[in-house]
Design a binder for this molecule. Structure first.
Ligand code: AQP
Length: 332
């Protein structure tokens, strides 16, 4: 079986709809066809300040949501990044192969550091993509399910895998980004040309899966559209409606063309009302399942402990090989 690897941050508590449609849905699908490793990336989370208590709690919330979304610990390996020290260890080696200019070209870093200002930007945020390189290469992953915003980081992973293999000898598998075109970028409901993101200046256009369903329904009903009245997918000219169609189509499994037909001659209000209802129907059991996992932290922690053990077996082997290739003297 080919390998898949991906990670999601525990920072915001709740996943948002972009995380789910862009990434988590693909995690669930790939556990059927791949030897899949998924992790809650707490090391990545601390690249911006975190309250320790909240971080610990949110790590469990993230794991609970992954299980509620359909990850099955018998069919994939689910773990917490900091439980596998090899991530930080391989990241150091990869840091030493990464050009300063190369890292400086990462657009996510440029965007985030510009927002934060130079004095508040950490070196950790700068080397975040290199930690991601280590995350992927440790598992010899073939496939990396992510949203469009992560494409550049997977490209960097490919460059560094090739650089390492050329310099030291064949060690790492060449990974590919697994990006599903339709849901690669879910947009903010209030600003439908910007990515839905937890760090947007307003939360009005952000659907958090763990929010009260009626809050999410209200946000959908007040989504920004356009002054036209035709319900048609046209990302260029009708980004708001197109985004709603994408969300509706993916949540309900109805094709976009079918939805266009269904709403022919009907107003935007009808589409929004039905989508709001579909959203409530989807998030209500999702929230309940998440809460069930959170109500039983011992079981949750034991799933994560077993996952970490399985992950370490693979990561440890890759790290040992990489250390050897680099020329580190083996510890006796
Ligand atoms: N809007 C989105 N559409 C599609 N996919 C998305 N992802 C994030 N936003 C969208 C994908 O979700 C996965 C996990 O992301 P993360 O934990 O790295 O969070 P993030 O990318 O930091 O999420 P945000 O909300 O975008 O955070 P900020 O605002 O801090 O940058 C990834 O696979 C990502 O592609």
């Amino acid at each position: 079986r080919p390998r898949a690897l991906s990670g999601i941050q525990p920072t915001a508590g709740s996943f948002h709809l972009g995380n789910y449609l862009g990434a988590v849905r693909q995690y669930v699908a790939l556990q059927e066809t791949h030897d899949a490793f998924y992790m809650v990336v707490d090391l990545h989370a601390i690249t911006v300040p975190q309250d320790p208590k909240e971080l610990r709690a949110n790590t469990r919330v993230a794991a609970a949501q992954l299980l509620a979304a359909g990850l099955d610990p018998d069919r994939c390996t689910l773990f917490v990044q900091s439980h596998v020290p090899e991530h930080a260890q391989l990241a150091w080696v990869m840091n030493c192969l990464t050009g300063f200019g190369e890292a400086s070209r990462m657009t996510q870093f440029k965007d985030k550091s510009a927002k934060q200002g130079a004095d508040r930007t950490t070196v950790g945020l700068f080397t975040y993509p290199v930690l991601q390189v280590a995350d992927i290469l440790l598992y010899q992953a073939d496939s990396v399910p992510v949203g469009e915003d992560q494409r550049q980081h997977v490209e960097l992973t490919r460059d560094l895998a090739e650089r390492f293999n050329t310099r030291f000898g064949e060690t790492f598998t060449m990974p590919s980004a697994h990006i599903v075109r339709e849901t690669a970028k879910i947009y903010d409901l209030q600003d439908p040309t910007s990515k839905m993101s937890k760090s947007a200046s307003s939360t009005k256009g952000l659907i958090n899966l763990l929010d009260e369903p009626k809050v999410s329904a209200k946000k959908i009903k007040s989504a920004v559209t356009d002054t036209d009245t035709v319900i048609r997918f046209d990302a260029q000219n009708k980004p708001g409606i197109s985004n709603l169609l994408t969300i509706y189509s993916t949540l309900t499994g109805t094709g976009v063309a079918e939805l266009e037909q269904k709403y022919e001659g009907k107003g935007y209000g009808a589409l929004k009302t039905d989508l709001a209802e579909a959203m409530v129907e989807w998030v209500t059991p999702f929230r309940a399942r998440t809460q069930e996992y959170l109500d039983d932290p011992e079981t949750l922690d034991s799933v994560l402990a077993k996952g970490a053990e399985k992950a370490r077996a693979v990561a440890g082997e890759t790290l040992a090989r990489a250390y050897d290739m680099v020329g580190f003297l083996p510890a006796k």
